[in-house]
Design a protein around this ligand. Structure first.
Ligand code: PAJ
Length: 281
């Protein structure tokens, strides 16, 4: 396994792999790896010949008062985990390598980047699409792996790839959860014991909406009401949004006649967590 810090070396390594006829799979991450990330690596391992993982805490997707500076960073531990999973290449550039002074070009998926998390995190998805486009240009993967945990991110990246004719296949892997249902996230490490217990409200709210949906209710307003109600009894959790949207366009749906995404975001203290579930008729 090689840990690479420069764009030139990363491009050379991935081109060398592809010149040997290997199918290159890319797993973009911000590090602080957990089983959710590793599930993407395993999928990549199964569906490509050479796996490259990127570890880059991308400053442009964090707002000015968000957790960029305190985001957990542990390259040594992450590298060990990735080596155990059979990853060949790790790309871990410095911020100055990815964003040389004077960079003024952005990739924005208009009309989607302000939906769901994009509404409360202005500029977030622009940062995500810009860095993912750069990673695709640098590594030139045949296939890239993303988690359903960030469902809006998946929809927006798919749309970017389609609209900009990027020659990469996007694969999406299911949400990996803790035994009690909490979606795994690098940000779960911020939670104290009380917040950790209260964090289950997100998954519980989705489960309640899903139960009502499975009992035959299709009206989004009623599904949202039952999901939102879970937060009333949890003063430690501040709901950001609970929405039911089309999984591709991220536009709200009035009734779940086709598969729809129930998506939730909430704050526990300063920690912002997200989760979602697919409601499929
Ligand atoms: P990060 O939060 O590190 O997540 C990297 C990838 O792991 C994403 O595709 C995310 O959806 C997936 N992932 C995280 N938790 C998961 C879980 N519990 N189950 C399944 N998959 C999970 O998402 C980002 O980084 C960044 O926005 C990035 C795409 C790297 C661009 O900077």
């Amino acid at each position: 396994m090689r840990v690479i810090h420069t764009i030139g070396e990363m491009r050379a390594a991935s081109r060398a792999a592809k010149a040997r006829g290997a199918r290159l799979g890319l797993v973009p991450t911000m590090g602080a790896l957990h089983e959710g990330h590793l599930s993407l690596v395993r999928a990549a391992r199964a569906r490509s010949d050479v796996v490259a993982a990127t570890i880059f805490v991308n400053p442009t997707q964090f707002g000015p008062s968000e957790d960029f500076s305190k985001y957990p960073r542990n390259l040594q531990n992450d590298s060990a985990l990735l080596e155990r999973e059979g990853v060949e290449l790790i790309f871990a550039p410095a911020v100055e390598e990815m964003y040389p002074a004077g960079a003024i070009t952005w990739v924005t998926v208009e009309g989607m980047s302000d939906r769901l998390c994009g509404a409360s995190r202005p500029g977030h998805f622009r940062g995500v699409t810009t860095v993912v486009a750069k990673l695709f240009n640098i590594a030139e993967p045949d296939v890239a792996f993303f988690g359903q945990k960030d469902a809006a991110q998946v929809a927006i990246i798919r749309r970017m790839v389609r609209d900009l004719n990027m020659p990469v296949q996007i694969e999406v892997c299911p949400i990996v959860r803790e035994p009690d249902g909490l979606a795994m996230s690098s940000r779960n490490s911020y939670l104290n014991a009380g917040e950790r217990t209260a964090a289950l409200t997100l998954f519980r709210s989705l489960t309640r909406a899903e139960e009502l949906f499975k009992s035959g209710e299709k009206d989004s307003a009623k599904l949202i009401a039952v999901g939102t109600k879970e937060f009333d009894s949890e003063p430690a959790v501040r709901l950001d949004y609970f929405e039911i949207v089309d999984p591709d366009s991220l536009q709200p749906v009035l009734a779940v006649e086709r598969p729809a995404l129930a998506a939730v975001a909430a704050y526990l203290g300063k920690t912002r967590l997200i989760d979602n579930i697919l409601l499929a008729p």
